[in-house]
Structure formats: C-alpha cells, structure tokens
Ligand binder design. Structure first.
Ligand code: 9WO
Length: 242
C-alpha cells in the first residue's frame, strides 16, 4: 500500500492523522498518499442526505447504497489495485501479520461506516474484505481506518529514520517488547539493569530477547501458543531457555 483513499463523512479526522508525526512525514516524503472522499458529495437530494431509516424498523439510520457506490468509484480513481476494505467489528481481526500484508499488498480504499452501518448490498457488491481492530463498537469506522494507516505507515520503505527499527520492535518476532530505559541512571531510587550500562552488545541483545520472552510468557502466553506465527528467534530462545 502506497496510496490509501478513505471514504468518510468526516474527512477532518483523516486530515488530523496526515498532519502529525510519522504519518505526516510519510506524506511529506512521498512514501504515502492519503486521499479522502466524502459520500455527502454524491447525495442526490437537496438536503445532501446520505442516511435513511432501516427496512424492518428499529432505532438508528443506515447509510444509503448509491452515494457510497459513487464515492467508492471516485476513491478508486488513482489507487493501484484498489482493494475495498470495510472497517467493521464483523471483519478479520487486525494483527501485525495483517498489517504486513496490507503494507506490501495492493493500495486500499478504506470504507468508513457511520450510524448503524451501511446498506448490506454495498458490502456484497463493492467490498473485498472486512477488517476489525478489536471486539468493541465505535461510533464509526474512521478511528479504525486511522489505526490501520498508522500501523502500515511505519512499515513503508523510507519512513522510519532508523531502517531496521521496525524489525526490532514489538511483534517483529511474535513477542512483546522488552523494557526500555534512558537517563538518568537512578530515578526516585530506581536503577537501570546493569547489563544495559556496559558496552557488551552481545549480552545486551541476549538480555533484551530474554526480557521480551519473559514478558510475553507472563502477559500474553497466547502469543507463544499461536502456531500460525512465524518466530524462529522465539523458538530458539525457548529451547535455550529450558
Ligand atoms: C452497532 C451495534 C449495536 C448493537 C449491537 C451491535 C452493533 N454493532 C454496531 C455497529 O457495528 N455499528 C457500526 C458503527 C456501523 C459501522 C461503523 N461503526 C463502527 C465500526 N463501529 N465500530 C467499528 C469498528 C471498526 C473496526 N474495528 C472495530 C470497530
């Protein structure tokens, strides 16, 4: 993914992401292009309505198919491949493996719903995949789209200052992150693990791997039992550790 187009009733939310931090740098250096398309611009009524009452009754409103269909067409202009992705709690759960797939795969159109959701026929006709960032309900898909974009951006070539910093961090080998420290050496009576103060980079590397494994065992043992994860470093560690 180098270009991402977001279909949203709240393009200002996506602007905020493009204005700050790593996503801003990625846009400035040309590693990422973010465009936004507002379905309201394709409403065919005088009131620019894009929602209507649900068939069958009940509370809330449903996003109408036609403005979304046209907004998706517009969003597909200028993206390569253009896999249409709907952010919803019904989707495949986002994890670092999926983030890597998105980073290396085709450009994405991220479709953000509001209200009670979108007319199911749009999902059937236009959506290629559904992604969930977790088992909770938001007021719309925008924050989920922003999570996907930020996670992907750090993996794009040329974005991180330190070229291998993405390989070193949490989840690159299926483990949680190790503990980190900076100056001062003593803070409120608390010291820094002494191995980190010496210059033995071999010993430091081994300490960090062991620390990552210990934290993963303590906090997220499910990650160690996940056989689908590729983690040669983790398996080697587990052997030497036992
Ligand atoms: C509302 C609702 C009410 C009762 C029971 C289940 C319910 N699900 C929803 C719902 O999914 N509302 C959505 C709001 C409609 C589409 C956009 N919205 C949304 C997307 N909320 N949360 C997400 C989302 C997206 C990706 N990952 C996690 C949550």
């Amino acid at each position: 993914m180098r270009r991402v187009a977001v279909v949203t009733l709240f393009p200002e939310l996506i602007d905020a992401l493009a204005a700050c931090g790593m996503t801003r740098r990625a846009v400035e250096c040309g590693a990422l292009d973010i465009s936004r398309v507002n379905p309201r611009d394709f409403a065919d009524n005088a009131y620019r309505r894009v929602d209507d009452r649900p068939y069958g009754g009940g509370p809330g409103m449903v996003m109408m198919a036609e403005p979304l269909d046209q907004a998706i067409d517009r969003a597909l202009d200028g993206v390569d491949g253009g896999r249409v992705t709907y952010l919803s709690p019904q989707g495949r759960r986002l994890d670092q493996a999926l983030v890597r797939e998105i980073a290396t795969g085709p450009d994405r159109v991220l479709l953000c719903g509001r209200y009670e959701g979108v007319d199911e026929r749009v999902i059937e006709r236009r959506v290629d995949e559904e992604i969930s960032i977790g088992d909770y309900v938001l007021a719309g898909g925008e924050l989920a789209a922003m999570v996907v974009i930020e996670a992907v951006v750090r993996l794009l070539p040329g974005v991180l200052g330190n070229a291998d910093s993405a390989d070193q961090d949490s989840f690159s080998d299926g483990l949680l992150d190790c503990r980190h420290y900076t100056r001062p050496e003593t803070w409120q009576g608390m010291t820094v693990p002494s191995v980190l103060l010496g210059g033995n980079h071999d010993a430091i590397h081994r300490w960090r791997q062991a620390d990552a494994l210990a934290r993963t065992r303590a906090r997220r043992p499910d990650l160690l039992n996940d056989a689908s994860r590729e983690a040669p470093a983790r398996r080697r560690l587990e052997r030497t550790d036992e």
